[in-house]
Design a protein around this ligand. Structure first.
Ligand SMILES: Nc1ncnc2c1ncn2[C@@H]1O[C@H](COP(=O)(O)OP(=O)(O)OP(=O)(O)O)[C@@H](O)[C@H]1O
Ligand SMILES: O=P(O)(O)OC[C@@]1(O)O[C@H](CO)[C@@H](O)[C@@H]1O
Length: 305
């Protein structure tokens, strides 16, 4: 079974504001609301690609109720823990001359809520896949991902972590199967700016020295690099297309990689599926569907080396 954990889910409020001007009343020309949060996006794309999974996480308040309703409507098996204080955040994604995002803090997850999550994680058994993705509410310790990996260390799991800064660095000693920073997040960890694929490879290897297995680094419209745990390295340009909504492209890439790997056992195939799933999401309003991914895979054989 595949499980995802989203500590800090969201309703993503995606607004189009023609020529946004700071300090003025701006009006939208279009607005949409989607269930969001990185683990939830991974769950939705896994499902689109034919892999049943269970989404774990926390929700609170009226926004939390709406989130739960929306993900159930999409057929996702959700096993969320209700939090008493605060509300699930609404993350604003503004499309204007530039794209901007305002992500909220999220509700106050208590010790008791965390304990309930651990009880749910007791269900995992050898061979399962666990994806932990996204930020955590400010009140929580930056060690929570690491604490969970330590707790589960005796089980033979494939653990995927998509997080930033300490949340990510702290887990490396527990050997996650896959991490997926983007090039900016990777650079932030080492205090450098990374724009070239050669540098991505250098720093991805440093993440492996710290304990990571597969290091998949996304570079938005500039493509991606995989430094696999067996030492092989794959690179890709990004597929060409019109970007419609890039929110969740990275999460889609994670879901694509996991699907590709589980279906074929090949890092190369997993990488190709990851890249095309990320781009298929970027090129459509909602998250990638299987036919969209397969069409991109078919059209883009030439971008991989
Ligand atoms: N402009 C684009 N053109 C083509 N493909 C794209 C574009 N943006 C993203 N992608 C695809 O999606 C993958 C992941 O994108 P990106 O690097 O933006 O992830 P991210 O920073 O984790 O994004 P997010 O946090 O929004 O999910 C890229 O490697 C690429 O395959
Ligand atoms: O604040 P975090 O947890 O880092 O990111 C949350 C978020 O931006 O990530 C997803 C896209 O990857 C969105 O659905 C969601 O709003």
């Amino acid at each position: 079974m595949i499980y995802t954990v989203t500590f800090n889910p969201s309703l993503d409020y995606i607004v189009t504001v023609p020529h946004f001007t700071c300090g003025m009343v701006n009006r939208t020309s279009e607005e949409k609301i989607f269930p969001g949060g990185k683990g939830i996006n991974v769950s939705m794309v896994l499902k689109n690609l034919g892999l049943e999974n269970t989404a774990l996480g926390f929700y609170a308040g009226f926004t939390g109720n709406e989130l739960e309703r929306l993900i159930r409507e999409k057929g996702i098996r959700a096993d969320f823990i209700p939090v008493k204080e605060g509300m699930t955040r609404i993350n604003v994604k503004m499309r204007s001359d530039e794209e901007s995002e305002i992500n909220g803090q999220g509700p106050a997850i208590s010790e008791a809520d965390i304990k309930t999550l651990y009880e749910k994680l007791d269900r995992l058994s050898d061979g399962d896949v666990l994806v932990m993705a996204g930020s955590i509410p400010d009140v929580m310790p930056q060690t929570i991902y690491m604490d969970i990996m330590k707790y589960l260390a005796d089980k033979d799991l494939k653990i995927v972590v998509d997080a930033t800064k300490d949340l990510l660095v702290n887990v490396l000693q527990y050997h996650p199967f896959l991490i997926k920073p983007n090039n900016h997040e990777l650079g932030e960890i080492f205090g450098v700016k990374i724009t070239e694929k050669e540098d991505v490879i250098t720093y991805a290897k440093k993440m492996q020295e710290k304990g990571a297995g597969n290091v998949l680094v996304s570079m938005a419209g500039d493509g991606a690099v995989l430094v696999a745990e067996d030492g092989s390295i794959f690179q890709a340009e990004a597929p060409k297309g019109k970007v419609v909504n890039s929110v969740g492209a990275g999460d889609s890439m994670v879901a694509g990689f996991v699907t590709g790997y589980l279906k074929t056992g090949s890092y190369k195939e997993a990488f190709q599926m990851g890249v095309c799933t990320g781009s298929a999401s970027a090129f459509s309003e909602e998250l990638a569907t299987e036919p969209e991914v397969l069409a991109l895979l078919d059209k883009n054989k030439g971008i991989f080396k």
